[in-house]
Design a protein around this ligand. Structure first.
Ligand code: MGD
Ligand code: MGD
Ligand code: SF4
Ligand code: MO
Length: 735
């Protein structure tokens, strides 16, 4: 999940300094324990850290944490490795030379900020503000300072060429929430602790620990679900770790879930299994629009038998509390929006929206939706210059980034700023983006590592790491399966001469602005200065003061394990529906119109292969591959393929094959496994660190190729999200 942009964070910061800054980092040489927090995935586990002589020597889950209940995974144990990593950047670096011969020279902060401000301002002054392209990567959502200050800095630039991981991730969710409910972050969360029927499409929480569903200790919660007689039913083209512990698993051909999900909705209507709330509009239109999406048609497209589709739909409707949920498998998907629409329909048609055991709206201490802290969203206010793709919520689809850099003309991107991201590995046709970045006039990156993307930067500015900064999870508390609040003060003092991310964002914004020929009015600039100079922690204190909840920063400091606000609450609708009329639009035109595209889908070549992605519990998107602890053991970079598909190509298990798509080809070892559906192959996302013969020191420990050298920027959902899953590929002997 990527970050939302708080658009209106605290107007007045007067009196802010009164909010006491108690607690804080351990003194030098400290031996003992401290509470910390893991920010490596959406599960936000509470940690108990053991320190010896000021260094972290032990990490375990904090059993007192009301949300994570002591849970931890191997990545959490590795959190201190990041801090101790000798390859991590600790000072700004400047690039001298380029390509394989590039050298990196450490420079002082003042010089670095000036270089960045000069480079960005030159592009804007000479070519207009859209000449600056910005990419915000995933870790921004996991850092308080990025949420409060990164987004504020980005706003000062007012460029239309803003991109983020959102459009390679959860954009369909936001797009649909905006259309159906009236706010892009009004996202109903599965009430996993009470549900009796958990229907999962394209998610692997046993590896990912949940997404758009902050669910630490998924394995434990699933055991409890089963113990109370509940069921988990999984649809996935791979028999995943989650599928293996499910009550039942169904293989589904990649990219065809929309047929299956709509057929389930169809069954609800056809068999009179609907009991929607009175505040839902458009159901008659839905019924008509999807009448031809029958289970038989779905079976043909997806490989899931029609009778199974009917049975699951009936069981879902009959369950005493049922929650339908879909994630990456049906988000980064050609019909991501239609899939998630059908997921929402399943929940609301069966009366499971706003019901305990169904899907619920969270009540976080800081309500980023209800308070308007994050905007409702907007759509198609402008379009990308080259391909004419509509913006959503102020961002353009990152699939359009390469062409916006390479295509000459007014509005062309001349300078890039990347913030905690690695789009060369994480966005479609990353190889082409890699080449395009060579042609930029200037690039700066805020990142703690030299990676496949930041190696193109002229300057890299590294912030402090998670253990050195205060944390409050503005985003993930709002997406959690239980309402809790937790403030975690920095455990370690920042290293000498380091900067927090929010301080870096402040400097970049302010110094660039002084160099711009066209500046905002003085009053506005003063406001921005005050806003950017107020620390994230002080802002959290102010937001809590203003919130309806009784939680204060003081109470959170007293209870560093977190404050329990109870199970998610039912019966909150229609009052909390963001639409001004407090009604749900079940039939948004933009979605209904997209059904035509779905009807036109031609069945894939039966002898062809479709590529999908995967995550492993020990991987972390495109980084952390230099943690010994996480990378030792069996390799996991291979192309997974069904043994029959392998032998049909005359290939042998363990050999190297060439995998090709419309955009590129890679050579990678194959691993035969019956866990794959026939006709489907899988590569992990986040690998492929050796590029152009440059093998970055930071990732020398793993082999593998980038799946995104095969994925196609032309394959998009109606929301503009990249369709990573179901890319047609061929696999042949590399010999
Ligand atoms: N084919 C395919 N592609 C995918 C996906 C897929 O499933 N399949 N998944 C997509 C998804 S869901 C996502 S979220 C994206 C993720 O892709 P990106 O948005 O590119 O994010 P990461 O790979 O997490 O990049 C993290 C970078 O941030 C740096 N970093 C870590 N912590 C910090 C910090 O505190 N501050 C700063 N400044 N930098 C930091 C790391 O060093 C690393 O370079 O990839 C997407 N791409
Ligand atoms: N260990 C670990 N945890 C992570 C991350 C990580 O990199 N490593 N990344 C974090 C991030 S940024 C995110 S967004 C979340 C993602 O969280 P999840 O969505 O739970 O993660 P994935 O493992 O990508 O699960 C996607 C599943 O969809 C399946 N799939 C692929 N194509 C299709 C399809 O067409 N239809 C169906 N039904 N299924 C399909 C895949 O086989 C896979 O099992 O994970 C987060 N947690
Ligand atoms: S589940 Fe996520 S938050 Fe919890 S320890 Fe693992 S990586 Fe960290
Ligand atoms: Mo993500």
């Amino acid at each position: 999940m990527d970050l939302p942009s708080p658009t209106r964070l605290v107007g007045s910061v007067a009196g802010a300094a009164r909010t006491a800054i108690a607690g804080g980092p351990v003194p030098p040489g400290f031996t003992g324990t401290r509470l910390g927090v893991c920010n490596l995935c959406e599960a936000i586990c509470g940690l108990e850290l053991t320190l010896t002589d000021g260094a972290v020597t032990g990490v375990r889950g904090n059993p007192e944490d009301p949300l994570s209940r002591g849970h931890i995974c191997p990545k959490g144990v590795a959190i201190a490795d990041i801090h101790g990593d000798p390859d991590r950047l600790r000072r700004p670096v400047r690039r001298v030379g380029s390509g394989p011969d590039a050298e990196w020279v450490e420079i002082g902060w003042d010089e670095a900020f000036d270089l960045v401000a000069d480079g960005l301002a030159a592009a804007i002054n000479d070519h207009g503000r859209d000449a600056l392209g910005i990419y915000l990567g995933n870790p921004n959502a996991h850092s308080l300072g990025s949420l409060t200050h990164g987004t504020a800095m980005v706003k000062t630039f007012r460029t239309r060429n803003k991109f983020s991981a959102t459009s390679v991730d959860q954009l369909p969710h936001q797009f649909l929430a905006y259309l159906m409910y009236g706010h892009q972050f009004f996202l109903p969360i599965p009430d996993i602790d009470r549900t009796r029927y958990f229907l999962v499409f394209g998610a692997n929480p046993m590896a990912s620990n949940g997404s758009l569903m902050t669910v630490p200790d998924f394995p434990g919660r699933l055991r409890e679900l089963k113990a109370r007689g509940g069921r988990m039913v999984v649809f996935d083209p791979r028999r995943t770790e989650t599928a293996k512990v499910a009550t039942e698993h169904h293989f589904v051909r990649p990219g065809t879930d929309a047929f299956v999900l709509l057929a389930m909705v169809n069954v609800l209507f056809a068999e009179g299994l609907t009991s929607p709330a009175s505040y839902v509009d458009g159901l008659a239109a839905v019924e008509t629009a999807i009448a031809d999406f029958t289970p038989e048609r779905a079976a043909e497209a997806s490989g899931v038998p029609a009778e199974e589709i009917r049975r699951v739909a009936r069981e879902f409707a009959a369950a005493d509390g049922a929650a339908a949920y879909g994630r990456i498998g049906v988000s980064t998907h050609a019909f991501g929006t239609v899939c998630h629409w059908a997921v929402q329909l399943l929940n609301l048609l069966t009366g499971n929206l706003d019901r305990a055991g169904g899907v619920l709206i969270t009540t976080p201490a800081i309500d980023v939706v209800g308070t308007g802290l994050v905007g409702r969203g907007h759509y198609d206010v402008w379009r990308s210059r080259v391909r004419g793709l509509p913006e959503f919520g102020g961002e353009l689809p990152v699939s359009a980034l390469r062409e916006e850099i390479e295509t000459p003309g007014a509005g062309q991107i001349r300078a890039m700023l990347t913030l905690a991201g690695n789009p060369v590995l994480s966005t479609p046709d990353g190889a082409a983006l890699d080449r395009a970045m060579e042609g930029l006039d200037f690039m700066a990156a805020v990142d703690i590592f030299l990676n496949e993307t930041t190696r193109h930067a002229d300057v890299i500015l590294p912030p402090t790491t998670a253990l050195e900064r205060d944390q409050y999870d503005l985003v993930f508390h709002a997406l959690a399966v239980r309402d809790t609040a937790r403030f975690t003060p920095a455990v370690l003092a920042p290293e000498k001469d380091s900067r927090h991310d929010w301080e870096i964002y402040r400097e970049i914004a302010l110094r660039t602005q002084t160099r711009l020929r066209s500046k905002p009015p003085l009053r506005k600039r003063l406001e921005q200065r005050v806003r950017l100079s107020t620390s994230p922690t002080v802002l959290i204190g102010l937001l809590l003061q203003r919130s309806k909840s009784k939680v204060t920063l003081r109470s959170l400091r007293k209870n560093p394990e977190g404050v329990d606000l109870g199970p998610l609450r039912e019966g909150q609708l229609p009052e909390r529906i963001p639409h001004r009329d407090r009604r749900i639009d079940a039939a948004p035109d933009l979605v209904l119109d997209d059904l035509e595209r779905l009807r036109a889908v031609v069945p894939p070549d039966p002898d062809g292969l479709l590529l999908i992605g995967r995550r492993h519990q020990r991987d972390c998107n495109t980084w952390m591959h230099n943690s010994e602890r996480l990378t030792k053991g069996r390799p996991r970079h291979q192309l997974y393929i069904h043994p029959d598909d392998l032998s049909a190509r005359g290939l042998e298990d363990g050999t190297t094959a060439t995998v090709s798509s419309r955009v590129g080809s890679v050579q990678v070892e194959v691993l035969a496994t019956e866990d794959m559906m026939r006709g489907v192959v899988s590569l992990p996302h986040g690998y492929g660190h050796a590029r152009d013969g440059v093998r970055l020191a930071t990732a020398s420990k793993v082999a593998g190729v980038s799946i995104n050298d095969l994925t196609d920027p032309e394959l998009l959902d109606v929301s503009g999200n990249a369709a990573f899953n179901g890319v047609p590929v061929t696999v042949a002997s590399a010999g």
